[in-house]
Ligand binder design. Structure first.
Ligand SMILES: NC(=O)c1ccc[n+]([C@@H]2O[C@H](COP(=O)([O-])OP(=O)(O)OC[C@H]3O[C@@H](n4cnc5c(N)ncnc54)[C@H](OP(=O)(O)O)[C@@H]3O)[C@@H](O)[C@H]2O)c1
Length: 239
């Protein structure tokens, strides 16, 4: 089955950290701003983030108060609320924790993009009902674990998404790397070493993932940024 071309777009410190105190340094603001500008430059109609990233930047930890009493069971089948959207924000939220209150992103970043939740079948009926009421689309990636190959094929098939920007965090990036789904890496290198040893890096693995085999990339473009930064475009080397 066909799938979108997937570009992982990220910003890191010299020591590969995607979060940390280095982002609070005065110089980092320029690079954060550039991250958004390069995102726009790609003109992709869809972007994907993990639950932790979305909670931090979009739902701000808002918790839903959903009652389960006398809930009718909702079939675990994909729900397409809008297949004509100009843009899509794809939320990887396996058990349905994100406290959305609208069917689209309201922030400047992705303003108006229609939300598609990526779930497992473990999600509650109450959460599915909440998504349907708001008009948020959802797709299932598996019973207990998400198979991202299945997910991206559904994004192409159900929403005609041809290009997808994968935008963190490290656990989500690692999941797609693991399945050989990253075609391109767009990396902004901030000329600061964070120094922390326990913060999240570009590609992470966890107990629910196997350690991926090393993945080779080929440098296609490099641009010197102001203040000593770099933007690098790598393409995945396929054998
Ligand atoms: N520097 C950058 O360019 C950049 C870009 C984006 C984000 N960030 C930062 O990255 C940080 C968050 O990164 P993170 O790696 O901790 O979190 P994340 O990737 O945003 O989210 C991780 C969560 O997503 C779900 N998930 C991811 N992979 C999964 C898989 N294979 N199967 C099932 N569920 C999966 C799980 O949700 P559940 O826990 O609900 O099961 C998991 O805990 C934030 O601080 C954010 O600001 C930085």
């Amino acid at each position: 089955m066909e799938r979108p071309y997937i570009i992982c777009h990220m910003l890191t410190s010299l020591d590969g950290k995607i979060i940390g105190d280095y982002l609070e340094e005065g110089r980092a603001a320029y690079f954060r701003d550039l991250y958004e500008k390069i995102h726009e430059r790609y003109e992709c109609k869809a972007w994907m983030c993990g639950r932790v990233t979305l909670e931090e930047h979009f739902t701000f930890g808002h918790q839903l108060d959903l009652t389960q009493d006398n809930m009718e069971s909702i079939p675990r089948t994909d729900y397409v609320a809008n297949k004509e959207a100009k843009g899509y924000a794809i939320a990887v939220d396996p058990s349905g924790k994100l406290g959305w209150s609208k069917d689209h992103i309201t922030d400047d970043y992705g303003l108006g993009d229609h939300i598609i939740e990526v779930l497992t079948e473990q999600v509650s009926d109450a959460y599915l009902s909440h998504l349907q009421k708001l008009g948020i689309s959802y797709i299932f990636g598996g019973k207990e674990r998400i198979n991202f190959t299945v997910v991206v094929e559904k994004l192409k098939d159900l929403f005609s998404i041809d290009e997808l920007m994968l935008e963190g965090g490290g656990f989500l990036n690692g999941s797609l790397l693991n399945e050989g789904l990253i075609d391109e890496l767009s990396l902004i290198l901030v000329p600061i070493a964070d120094g922390a040893s326990n913060s999240v890096t570009l590609f992470e693995t966890s107990s629910f993932l196997n350690k991926p085999k090393p993945v080779n990339f080929i440098l296609k473009e490099v641009e010197k940024l102001d203040d000593g930064g770099l933007w690098m475009k790598y393409i995945t080397k396929r054998d």
